[in-house]
Design a protein around this ligand. Structure first.
Ligand code: SF4
Length: 360
């Protein structure tokens, strides 16, 4: 190794130590951590991230039961397989009764968080969402309800919160306005999405945001900006996953994001936001059969097995080759629990709130 190589290597490892010690890094230093390709560096960073996550959450990995209740969406995001412009998507909606029966089955299987996720589907009015949230809370008062139904006005978010919703996931996708506009049509607004996130926080939700990794036009500077946004906004949850192209979208021919960059970012996010709830996502498991295990080993502490009825699973396709679309819920959980224990962690039966919300 030349003197210059030795210097570069030492510098990168020192930056990892600095990050793990909670010290502020400059934008250039964050970029250096993101891009460092020194042998052993990713493992070193992941080890630091695991130590931090274990301080806050021990060995627990929280299981969230995901119910994808509608794949109808009024928006037309360029990267998404269920965008309104995709005439080939086979559409479906679940009734309140169907959603509740997914929750009942999930409860029996041990889930204590239900995530209701869908496109921005105007069929579900505020009253319809309030009704389903109330009904879940009445049947399962010991469970948390997470909503992931896109951009709405603050009044709507407030109604859902008052009905008992605990958490809200709304990915920001990118913290750079110009980049956002390259990924979304003109009628969608970066400023409105950011306003939604602020509204949700003000109301008192545990809020989740997150970006796509390796999305078209993304640069290292964009990712640094994403990390800065997370540091400043301090969400309780961060969902990141690699961009994966869907064949019926304008980005069909774009390259997917990589497992290595996603994992690097998971470790960095864990070190920047030590107590964050951080999923190892299905998208990560889609680009690498061991992706979710690698995510857990990089500092993630949440997984989201699918509880949607099996006849609609294969229709909620935001990207190509999505895994676990053919399995029964019980099978998904068994598989997930095994994956978690295979890397030395434990599938936890608990609501799994953010540490700052546990005493409320
Ligand atoms: S990413 Fe979300 S908002 Fe955009 S088209 Fe897909 S489901 Fe709709």
């Amino acid at each position: 190794m030349t003197a210059q190589e030795t210097y570069k290597r030492t510098l990168a490892f020192e930056l990892a130590d600095k990050l793990a010690a909670g010290k502020e890094l400059s934008d250039d230093e964050l970029a250096c951590v993101l891009l460092c390709d020194q042998p052993g560096f990713g493992d070193y960073l992941a080890e630091k991230a695991r130590a931090v996550r274990e301080q806050y959450y021990g060995k627990d990995v929280y299981m969230r039961g995901l119910i994808e209740f509608t794949n109808i969406c009024k928006n037309n995001c360029y990267y998404c397989g269920i965008r309104s412009g995709n005439a080939k998507a086979e559409r479906y909606r679940l009734s309140e009764e169907q959603i509740l029966s997914c929750c009942d089955a999930g409860y029996e299987l041990g889930f204590r968080t239900f995530v209701l996720q869908g496109g921005e589907d105007p069929h579900y009015t505020d009253d319809a969402i309030v009704s389903v949230v109330r009904a879940i809370k009445e049947r399962h008062p010991d469970c948390a309800v997470t909503l992931s139904i896109g951009e709405l006005e603050k009044e709507s978010y407030q109604k859902f919160f008052d009905a008992g919703a605990d958490r809200y996931l709304l990915r920001h996708e990118t913290a750079d306005k110009e980049h956002y506009e390259m990924l979304h049509p003109a009628e969608m607004s970066f400023d409105h999405r950011m306003q939604c996130l602020r509204d949700l926080k003000e109301i008192g939700y545990q809020v989740g945001c997150g970006m796509m990794v390796g999305s078209p036009y993304q640069t290292t500077e964009h990712l640094v900006k994403d990390l800065r946004f997370l540091q400043e906004f301090r969400p309780e949850m961060v969902g990141i996953g690699p961009f994966i192209p869907h064949h019926d979208t304008p980005f069909a021919d774009r390259e997917a994001g990589t497992v290595d960059m996603t994992i690097r970012l998971l470790s960095m996010i864990r070190l920047l936001l030590p107590d964050v709830l951080l999923p190892a996502t299905t998208a990560l498991g889609t680009i690498d059969p061991m992706g979710r295990e690698k995510g857990i080993l990089a500092g993630a502490n949440v997984v989201m097995p699918n509880l949607s009825p099996s006849d609609v699973r294969g229709k909620y396709l935001l990207y190509d080759n999505k895994i676990c679309t053919g399995d029964e819920a019980a099978e998904c959980i068994r598989c997930m629990a095994m994956r978690i224990s295979s890397v030395g962690y434990e599938a936890a039966v608990a609501r799994g709130d953010h540490v700052s919300f546990r005493m409320q």
